[in-house]
Design a binder for this molecule. Structure first.
Ligand code: PHE
Length: 458
């Protein structure tokens, strides 16, 4: 692999990796999960999961990718082409491609909400702020439904997101992915902090902060732990082949342990800031009894919050800009998994690989987008196309890839692979931390992921 395909700077590499991690899962699913699982208790377990399991699993993916300087499939076939473990790489590429299909659609929704916040359409013909929140609820839900259930508008937004993704990917690792992340991640962070300053100064904000930070340990049960672990894996982009692919672009002197702790810490920090944005705002405006599940948090509850703030459209536009940036940097990272695979497998130039990989999205994501309108009659195992893709990838494919990935690095790959990568080929000392990581990758992480998988199946 030539030098130009490596990330150019340390900061850029961190921004790109955090950019992948901070997506809709971190920004939107995290507060929803926190609310559903008892607030602070969930945050505590999630934090433990991130550092005890997330960091070691991330390191195993980094080690696989950087040692081979290859895509996710070759990472598993490098030592033995005919080994059944190659299937893990294939599964990672397949899962990431399937996620890409429906993520483009959700990305489109964020674009639509950004545009209609700017134009003011989102808030037109809605009752004034003082009115009953349940009336507003119904109206925002109706808006959302009306939007996704018409064929054209979401389709156009989806096509816009696909085109932007192609644009970024054609730029390559440095001029596309790295440059995008260098602009968007700091901006996302600044916006988030600005939002927190506003929400934390609202009257009644304290109650939301208490819910988020004051743990009620009696709320911790097996369900909470399993959900927190699932959320930790998802929010760190584990089990998708992304970190294997990105690590192949890490220079050989990058310290993997430091990188993974930094990336995990920043992701956690952004999730926590998101909590500070949401919980004070909803308690302040009396919306705490709303359930955030599904799409309601960002497309229903938050617009209600913005209705109550002076400068509704400005805050609303800034928030959906933030969400869009989170989505785009994640989309680009997951698309890169397939691009790297196709380029390697078929020996194609980057440009051709991007085109062959992403062009089909115009058809596939459009079909997915239409699964709420024209194609809503098509169901697979009881879900529409969108729901099926979401369900099968999240609940089964991702945990499987993460599980097999750990087993592969821990038990099958050459013994020194992890050690060499953690120590940069012996330049750094192999310390206690590294040894603990090894044990976790070998024993603890596979067991924990197996439990998630079994709980999803039964
Ligand atoms: N960590 C990402 C998120 O929180 C996971 C993801 C990455 C999902 C890329 C889709 C695409 O959203």
């Amino acid at each position: 692999m030539s030098e130009t395909t490596l990330f150019k700077s340390k900061l850029g590499l961190i921004a790109a990796t955090v950019g992948s991690a901070v997506g809709l899962g971190t920004v939107w699913r995290f507060p929803a999960e926190t609310q559903a699982n008892g607030g602070a208790a969930f945050l505590l377990v999630y934090t433990l999961c991130i550092f005890i399991l997330g960091v070691p699993i991330m390191l195993s993916e980094f080690a696989l990718g950087r040692s081979g300087r290859c895509d996710a499939v070759r990472a598993f076939s490098r030592f033995d082409k005919r080994s059944p473990w190659v299937g893990t790489g294939m599964l990672a590429v397949l899962a990431s491609y399937m996620i890409l299909i429906f993520y483009m659609v959700v990305g489109g929704w964020t674009v639509e909400y950004l545009v209609t916040s700017v134009t003011g359409d989102l808030y037109q013909a809605l009752p004034a702020a003082a009115q009953d929140s349940h009336v507003m609820d119904t109206m925002f839900i109706a808006k959302m439904r009306q939007y996704v259930e018409t064929p054209w508008a979401p389709l156009i937004a989806t096509v816009a997101v696909i085109s932007m993704t192609i644009g970024v990917l054609l730029g390559g690792v440095q001029k596309g992915i790295e440059r995008l992340s260098n602009v968007m991640m700091p901006l996302l962070f600044v916006l988030l902090v600005a939002f927190c300053c506003v929400t934390l100064s609202l009257p009644g904000a304290g109650e939301g902060v208490r819910f988020f930070l004051n743990p009620d340990f009696s709320k911790i049960d097996a369900g909470v732990v399993i959900n927190a672990l699932g959320q930790a894996l998802f929010s760190l982009s584990l089990g998708m082949g992304i970190l294997i692919t990105y690590a192949a672009y890490y220079p050989s002197d990058t310290r993997l342990v430091k990188t993974s702790v930094t990336v995990s810490g920043l992701t956690l920090m952004i999730a926590v800031l998101m909590g500070f944005l949401i919980f004070p705002a909803v308690t302040s405006f009396g919306l705490a009894d709303h359930k955030f599940g599904g799409t309601t948090l960002v497309f229903v509850t938050l617009p209600e919050v913005f209705m109550n703030l002076p400068g509704t459209r400005v805050w609303s536009a800034l928030f959906f800009l933030l969400l869009f940036m989170g989505a785009l940097t994640s989309i680009v990272s997951i698309a890169e998994v397939s691009v790297a695979f196709v380029a390697d497998r078929f020996k194609l130039s980057r440009t051709k690989a991007v085109i062959y990989t992403i062009l089909p999205m115009f058809v596939l994501s459009s079909i997915c987008s239409l699964s709420f309108s024209t194609l809503s009659h098509i169901t697979i195992f009881g879900d529409n196309i969108f729901g099926f893709l979401d369900n099968v990838t999240n609940n089964y494919m991702l945990p499987l890839v993460a599980l097999f990935g750990c087993l592969y690095v821990g038990w099958v790959a050459p013994k020194n692979l992890l050690r060499d990568e953690l120590t940069n080929g012996g330049k750094l000392a192999y310390n206690l931390f590294d040894r603990v990581v090894h044990v976790i990758v070998k024993w603890v992480a596979p067991l924990a992921i197996l439990i998630i998988l079994l709980s999803n199946i039964f």
